[in-house]
Design a protein around this ligand. Structure first.
Ligand code: GLV
Ligand code: MN
Ligand code: MN
Ligand code: MN
Length: 406
């Protein structure tokens, strides 16, 4: 019951049609960025759109009890399915492409296969993973971590957003946790994603194949001191956690540079957050990434030691909490080589996290990157030309034809 008929017109037009359907959803007029937090109204609309796309193509959708959606073309009991897809959710004021490009490309690749009369010999599955960015509940790749058992279902269900709503409440049920039976049905996963750096610009290539994801993680620093009056407290009498925090940000930057690693403090919370009060508490979230696991561990330890030393001088206290860590991901080398040869595309590592990185420990996984002419991501400036997006769809369709073929 494959009801979908591929529209006439070149792929570029079909890409634009589909892209324009979702472009307004969750866009913030002021920043021109996206506020598509997992399981909030815009993301729920995108999930509805996903179901409608699946319906049009006669692909039944199954949810895994963790908030991840899977649309099946072919026997859902087969154990050699090829999975493709990505996520809808965004970082605060994020770009349009990070995530949704992989899902839109997946639908168009299905259409390409059908238009070419390809009948897959194994099922082809389109996925939308939930809470990839961790922007709402704090842990990135939450849906794929749950599915693979990389996070405890109780812990995941209890994670709360800024308004105090738990993931379980947002989902409407306690997350189901690991799905080994479902995972066992996938013989390969290919996630197409906008590139989040400049490698493809430099190599003048529209599409690349990922080799690895740097190990990375999130650490919360809580700096506590003493709230007091900004006008009457002598400088020598202060216990100001903002100073310890500021020093720690500089230390993170310095230690990362020394190691060719990346360190970012992109989120901070201050209490009581008043111009005329010394803060009682400052919380800063450190995002750190490095090519090698030892470098990452060394970086975080060096920042912790410097922060602790500075806290002694400031009369403040620090507490460090590891919120999430993603180990080094080396994608299936054979698969990456095969795809790079098939597409005549360059290979590249990345510092960005993806559901593909989480699934890679369980399913042979590859990623395709589409060139980003600004090289900017997690920002409204993220972009991709329609022509490169169409090239991405063509590449994905070739890959899926190859992987689902005899
Ligand atoms: C997710 O996009 C991440 O790399 O943080
Ligand atoms: Mn992202
Ligand atoms: Mn992404
Ligand atoms: Mn990501």
């Amino acid at each position: 019951m494959l009801t979908h008929t591929v529209e006439e017109g070149p792929l570029l037009n079909r890409f634009r049609t589909l892209w324009d359907e979702i472009a307004p959803i969750g866009r913030d007029e002021r920043s021109d960025g996206y506020l598509r937090y997992a399981l909030t109204e815009p993301e729920l609309r995108l999930r509805e759109w996903f179901r409608a796309q699946a319906d049009e193509r006669g692909m039944p959708v199954a949810e895994d009890g963790n908030g991840n959606l899977f649309a099946w073309w072919g026997d859902p009991d087969a154990s050699d399915a090829v999975l493709t897809g990505s996520h809808f959710d965004s970082v605060p004021h994020g770009g349009a492409y990070d995530g949704p490009l992989g899902i839109v490309s997946a639908w168009l690749a299905v259409d390409e296969l059908r238009a070419a009369g390809v009948t897959p010999t194994r099922p082809l599955v389109v996925a939308a993973f939930v809470e990839e960015e961790g922007a709402r509940f704090g842990v990135p790749c939450l849906g794929s971590r749950l599915l693979t058992g990389q996070i405890d279902a109780e812990r995941a269900g209890a994670l709360r957003d800024a308004a105090g709503v738990s993931f379980a409440e947002a989902l409407g049920a306690r997350p189901a946790g690991p799905g080994p039976a479902l995972l066992g049905r996938f013989a390969a996963f290919v996630e197409l994603h906008v590139e989040q750096g400049r490698a493809l610009i430099e190599q003048a290539a529209p599409v690349g194949v990922a080799t690895a994801i740097w190990p990375h993680g999130r650490w919360r620093f809580d700096f506590t001191g003493e709230a007091n009056h900004a006008g009457t407290t002598r400088m020598a009498d202060r216990r100001d956690p903002m100073l310890t925090y500021a020093f720690t940000v500089l230390a993170a930057n310095k230690e990362a540079r020394l190691r060719d690693a990346h360190a970012t403090v992109g989120r901070v919370a201050v209490e009581p957050n008043a111009t005329n009060a010394i803060p009682s508490r400052v919380t800063g979230w450190l995002d750190a990434r490095a090519a090698e696991p030892e470098t990452l561990t060394g970086l975080v330890e060096a920042v912790r030691a410097k922060a602790a030393e500075r806290a002694r001088r400031d009369g403040t206290e620090i507490a460090l909490t590891e919120e999430s860590v993603t180990p080094l991901v080396a994608f299936d080398g054979g698969l990456a080589d095969r795809l790079a040869t098939l597409l005549d595309a360059p290979v590249l590592p990345t510092g960005a996290g993806h559901d593909a990185g989480v699934l890679a420990a369980h399913v042979p996984t590859a990623m395709l990157f589409v060139r980003n002419p600004t090289g900017v991501s997690h920002s409204p400036a993220e972009s991709a030309t329609d022509a490169d997006c169409a090239a991405g769809v063509t590449a994905l369709a070739r890959v899926l034809t190859e992987l689902t073929g005899p």
